[in-house]
Design a protein around this ligand. Structure first.
Ligand code: GDP
Length: 455
């Protein structure tokens, strides 16, 4: 019986002894690494803010900046000069040119910061969905200009959606940059109004426990790096707040997890794939398994973008594997793991804690949708609505709800048609973040709490 065979096979993989690693530990970074994401309604000033910050930190030299200013002025978009610092990165990315690391990472006194998606991206939501991001912390940019904060915050604005998405994907550290305060003469009343409105939403509805607020102008540059001299504010600058973000557990210490993002070549005995090392480390001659197909393989070659042969969490790698392959069983969304107690056991049922987005038809038992996690996209259905939760304190509100309306936070059981490789968020953040989409809209997002293995 095939299922018995597979169950035995998986049990044996999980029971295999841990192979001691011969690889040396990755060079320890003296500074903790923070993956930072910048979110907010369109035109809130995300690109300008980050571009100006990078300029002030001298990540962007004055000559390059002058070039941007000049080009921006020439095309009649002088006010976008700082935004171009980041937007060009995005263009380069689209053209497939090697990314200029300088523009997307920087150092603070105690931290090394990697900017996840360049904030210029229009389709932020689907970017998070592809799961490439592993945000440890976030900056939410809001526009203090009269009427503009309200546009971003009310129905149709992205402020709430982005905040909810972050929180439902497990990001807990949040700084709100109250931006464009230069347009309201640095009005304390305006700052307080925005801070109060957002505090209520972020703590009571989105479930952030201690969001921090900072008054800034991304355009004129006040309070980005140097503290501002204001009668009503003597707190930290944006940079100081970024410096106080806490890193999550170093993923290089975790179990090996490589999400396959592309299958470049597959024959009966050789496989070439590209993917991201989400956790752990890998090198030539390593014995691995590809899940969910449970395909054994040996690493023949592996290299990251610096051509290093020893690859660690965070690296995008190219991998050549040897083994016996059935071409259709290795796909985008497959995951490379090791045997042993830290292995990943594929399954088709999962308990997910999710937040329901703006939807017109409530989710009911049996609702079918698409599940997105790392580079995976598969059909799934909500098979059990277990209970709804109070977002601010995590208490159970109602057992076995009949439906989930927009804005609800709940724990559900989902089922996919076939086994897939995702797992609990606590084991691997990148493989434990899931999003549900239906007809091109995000209907919910959350984290995997439990993998339900077949009996
Ligand atoms: P994004 O869509 O959130 O990335 O916003 P951009 O950074 O592209 O900025 C949108 C517009 O707002 C541009 O014209 C910027 O010059 C302007 N802007 C951004 N930050 C500020 C600010 O602090 N003050 C003022 N006055 N304008 C700003």
């Amino acid at each position: 019986d095939l299922t018995d065979f597979r169950r035995n096979q998986l049990q044996n993989i999980a029971k295999a002894p841990v192979v001691p690693r011969k690889a040396p530990k990755p060079p320890v970074d003296e500074k903790d690494l923070i993956n930072l994401i910048v979110v907010g309604h369109v035109d809130a000033g995300k690109s300008t803010l980050m571009g100006h910050l990078l300029h002030d930190l001298e990540v962007i030299d004055t000559r390059t900046m002058d070039k941007f200013k000049h080009e921006a002025a020439r095309s009649g978009k002088a006010s976008f000069a700082y935004a171009w610092v980041l937007d060009e990165t995005e263009e380069e990315r689209e053209r497939g040119v090697t990314m200029d690391i300088g523009r997307t990472s920087f150092e603070t006194t105690n931290r090394r910061i990697v900017l996840l998606d360049a904030p210029g991206h229009k389709d932020f939501i689907s970017n998070m969905i592809t799961g490439t991001s592993q945000a440890d912390a976030a900056i939410l940019v809001v526009n203090a200009t009269t009427g503009e904060f309200e546009t971003g915050f009310e129905n149709g604005g992205q402020t709430k959606e982005h905040a909810l998405l972050l929180r439902s994907l497990g990001v807990t550290q949040l700084v709100v940059a109250v931006n464009k305060l230069d347009t309201v003469d640095w009005s304390f009343d305006r700052y307080e109004e925005i801070r109060n409105t957002l505090s209520v939403f972020l703590t009571r509805q989105a479930g952030f426990s201690k969001p921090k607020f900072v008054p800034v102008s991304g355009f004129t540059g006040e309070n980005l790096v140097k503290r501002i001299d204001l009668s009503w504010y003597d707190g930290p600058s944006l940079l100081e707040l970024i410096d106080s973000f806490v890193a999550s557990q170093p993923p290089s210490d975790g179990p090996l997890r490589i999400g396959i993002s592309d299958v470049l070549k597959v024959s009966s005995n050789q496989l070439v794939v590209s993917g991201k090392v989400e956790s752990g480390e890998i090198e030539k001659d390593d014995k691995v398994y590809i899940m969910p197909s449970v395909t054994a393989a040996t690493v023949k070659e592996c290299a990251n973008s610096n051509n290093s042969k020893l690859c660690f969490a965070g690296d995008y790698i190219l991998l050549t594997l040897q083994g016996t392959f059935e071409p259709e069983s290795i796909q985008t969304g497959s995951v490379i793991v090791r045997s042993g107690p830290d292995t990943l056991l594929p399954a088709r049922k999962f308990e997910v804690r999710l937040v329901v987005f703006e939807i017109t038809t409530p989710i009911i038992k049996g609702t079918k949708t698409e599940l997105y996690a790392h580079s995976l996209c598969v059909p799934c259905s909500f098979v059990k609505l277990l209970y709804t939760i109070n977002k601010s304190n995590g208490e159970v509100l109602k057992q076995r709800p009949r439906f989930l309306a927009k804005g609800t936070s709940a724990v559900v059981e989902i089922e996919t048609d076939h086994d897939i490789a995702i797992e609990a968020f606590t084991t691997c953040r990148a493989l434990g973040r899931v999003t549900f989409r239906s007809a091109g809209n995000t209907i919910g997002a959350g984290i995997v709490e439990k993998v339900i293995l077949p009996e």
